[in-house]
Design a protein. Structure first.
Length: 319
């Protein structure tokens, strides 16, 4: 199985936030969107690491510097996301800064506290809302000394603005930063069992190299060993006595002399032809020849190859 085709990428995470917004799944949208600056902070500021008082970097068990996740998060937000979190474009400052966003992230993801609570030691409290019509419903200061602040946040607008910020950052730096390092490999067990790659060698004979490589691409999930040749001479030179399990031959090559697959009575052939099957006269043992019309459909070709590979692997005990 090609693992990259079943991985959660950075862009997939943004898209999932947007899907949760459309479905009104506010808790899921907010939880996921608050993790995006974690990723971006690590990419943008890898030099920000935890340090001892003497300045030495704190090393993890692999002897690598340990990320200072909080400061990376805050720095990225203040540098790249802040312009997207202004109530109006004329505002000098955003309504929420990196430090407050980090606080929201930690309280919401890990503690579920700080929301309309009355703890004496809580100087800033978040109030989450929907249908506020803006990114921030209201900023309130309570108390004679203005020591207590309530930040009221519209979840939908907050998530949309964060998605805009991270997309803008991705577009600006993805050619120089490797976001693939932050993919989450995910194995689709059903697909893996359906498309398990064989060790069988498939030989494709096609005088048109582009078409031959297209056939190889259509079959690459089925076998690790696929060889493409344009001439019979190239086949004999390369294969020699190498054992293979299947020929895939285009009709044009049937007209060339000294075809190695004609003398091979044991190995099955899939012939891709424009001619009606009744007009094709190729001697082959029963069950060893399949004729598919050209241009061949990728699904039809894969199904034919799967049938032969399963028969051969069962016969020879190859897995």
């Amino acid at each position: 199985m090609i693992q990259d085709n079943a991985s959660f990428t950075f862009l997939h995470r943004i898209e999932e936030v947007e899907l949760n917004i459309e479905d009104g799944r506010w808790q899921s949208a907010l939880a996921l969107v608050l993790t995006l600056p974690d990723i971006c902070g690590g990419i943008a500021f890898p030099e920000i690491v935890k340090r001892y008082r003497d300045g030495r970097a704190v090393l993890d068990r692999n002897q690598r510097p340990t990320r200072d996740v909080g400061n990376q998060y805050i720095r990225w937000f203040d540098t790249y996301a802040a312009p997207f979190f202004k109530v109006s474009a004329q505002d000098i400052s955003p309504y929420i800064c990196g430090e407050r966003c980090w606080q929201l992230r930690c309280e919401y993801l890990h503690q579920n506290k700080g929301f309309a609570n009355t703890e004496d030691n809580t100087s800033i409290r978040f109030h989450l809302g929907v249908n506020c019509g803006t990114s921030v419903c209201q900023l309130d200061r309570i108390g004679s000394d203005n020591s207590l602040m309530d930040i009221r946040i519209d979840i939908e607008q907050f998530c949309r603005r964060m998605c805009q910020a991270v997309r803008a950052y991705y577009e600006a730096v993805h050619t120089e930063k490797d976001f693939n390092l932050y993919n989450t490999p995910v194995l689709d067990f059903i697909k893996a069992s359906q498309d398990e790659q064989s060790n069988a060698t498939i030989v494709i004979m096609c005088s048109n190299s582009a078409y031959g490589n297209g056939l190889k691409l259509a079959l690459q999930r089925l076998s690790k060993n696929i060889l493409v040749f344009e001439t019979p001479q190239a086949v004999r030179k390369k294969l020699s006595k190498k054992k293979h399990m299947l020929w895939v031959v285009t009709e044009a090559l049937t007209k060339q002399p000294d075809q190695p697959w004609r003398a091979d009575k044991r190995t099955p052939v899939i012939l891709l032809s424009n001619q009606p099957e009744s007009e094709i006269t190729i001697e082959k043992n029963a069950g060893k020849l399949i004729i598919l019309p050209m241009p061949v459909l990728p699904g039809s070709l894969r199904n034919a190859v799967k049938a032969y590979l399963l028969l051969k692997e069962e016969a020879y005990g190859i897995r």
